[in-house]
Design a protein around this ligand. Structure first.
Ligand SMILES: Cc1cc2nc3c(=O)[nH]c(=O)nc-3n(C[C@H](O)[C@H](O)[C@H](O)COP(=O)(O)O)c2cc1C
Length: 369
């Protein structure tokens, strides 16, 4: 058994000098307990999809426009009623307390201090809505639900999320059980703290429970009807997250989804699936601008954000890099990661000859061998 009972998460708070977010993983490995690091960095199976998520960006090239009269590129955009400073937000991620003692409150504060972005709060957060809110303050938030098998409990959870100020609900549909996570199995990984938001439907608090056990107590039979249920009860826009095919995007729209979230869960669920980026364009063509598209899985550089937007995403979500930043520098580390992506995206926009996010969306990418 791993000694998770005395899990010792990092607690340093400092600004990070970031050259790229890929090497943040190596630095985070040095400061995080092995069980927590493997849970965060790892994927499922032989991690083919995890690797492919980042590699796939290399099969499309950005065709730069020159003499394009560009200076100080403008990264502002809008999604629903939210005016964002940048076209990226925080992805829903469970158990930030593995990365830092400040848990989700630290991430929330980092996003708040960065300003002009948005946080997705995972149902499997290790902090309560109140604790996260203390860091987020007036920063907008979306709530990601892992449903209970009991719809009455789902109603309570949605009510709490709404009372906390969630302006949209994300229904994650690609994780009805856990992916085949070798690293966690070998580490006998269990969460070293509870999950206050879903503890009302777990047999315990979540503490000392494995991911397999927690998923098993959540709902497996997610269907399109759940979109309607969540919409009706919460009266909030609903994203369907984990979409990998045009068929499912269209089915989601037909069931009333207000947004499509293209993702393969960072290669943590079905190994052997293509990279999320490889399926984005065909999904965007099917959705045809009717609802916003959020994209995640593999975003590590400004070029990746650019390519996702040029392939039909409206905004992208940052996953692991933000958590590595949290591990290395607490809330300041998260802010550093967001600042890095803003700076890097602006550099790419200038070099590609794009003044605005709209310009990126009209940029042509070239297939590369
Ligand atoms: C440690 C970890 C925990 C995650 N927990 C959740 C979760 O609770 N709910 C969810 O919808 N997605 C979850 N995800 C998936 C992310 O929302 C996102 O799809 C993924 O991180 C994107 O891949 P990337 O981090 O490699 O860019 C998790 C991802 C990681 C790395």
């Amino acid at each position: 058994m791993m000694a998770e009972l005395s899990y010792n998460a990092p607690k340093e708070v400092k600004d990070l000098e970031i050259f790229n977010t890929i090497e943040l993983e190596d630095f985070a490995r040095l400061v995080m307990p092995k069980g927590g690091f493997d849970y965060l960095a790892g994927g499922s199976g032989d991690e083919f999809t995890l690797r492919r998520n980042v590699e796939a960006f290399n099969f499309k090239g950005i065709l730069p426009r020159v003499a394009a009269n560009v200076e100080f590129p403008d990264t502002q955009t809008k999604i629903f009623e939210h005016e964002l400073k940048v076209p990226f937000i925080m992805a829903p991620i469970a158990a930030h307390g593995l990365a830092h003692q400040s848990k989700e409150a630290g991430t929330a504060r980092g996003i708040h201090e960065f300003g002009g972005s948005l946080m997705s709060i995972s149902a499997y957060s290790g902090a309560s809505f109140q604790e996260i809110s203390a860091g987020l303050k007036d920063t907008p938030r979306w709530f990601q639900i892992y449903m209970s098998k009991d719809d009455e409990l789902n109603k309570h959870i949605l009510d709490e999320a709404k009372a906390d100020g969630a302006s949209a609900i994300i229904l994650t549909a690609d994780a009805t059980i856990s992916g085949n996570r070798d690293r966690d199995d070998k580490n006998h990984f269990v969460y070293p703290f509870g999950m206050p938001i879903v503890s009302r439907y777990l047999t315990g608090s979540g503490k000392n429970m494995s991911l397999n056990n927690i998923y098993a107590q959540s709902k497996q039979k997610i269907s399109l009807e759940d979109i309607g249920f969540i919409k009706e009860h919460s009266e909030l826009p609903v994203f369907l997250k984990g979409v990998q095919t045009p068929e499912d995007a269209l089915a989601g729209l037909g069931a009333g989804a207000d947004g499509i979230w293209v993702s393969n869960h960072g290669g943590r669920q079905l190994d052997g699936a293509p990279a999320s980026f490889e399926v984005l364009e065909e999904i965007a063509l099917a959705v045809a601008g009717r609802v916003p598209i959020v994209f995640d899985s593999g975003i590590r550089r400004g070029e990746h954000i650019f390519k996702a937007l040029a392939s039909g995403a409206d905004i992208v979500a940052i996953g692991r890099p933000a958590l590595f930043g949290l591990a290395l520098g607490g809330w300041k580390g998260v802010r550093s990661v967001f600042e890095y992506f803003e700076k890097d995206l602006k550099r790419v926009m200038q070099l590609a000859g794009t003044q605005t996010i709209e310009d990126i969306k009209h940029t042509r990418l070239k297939d590369l061998k």
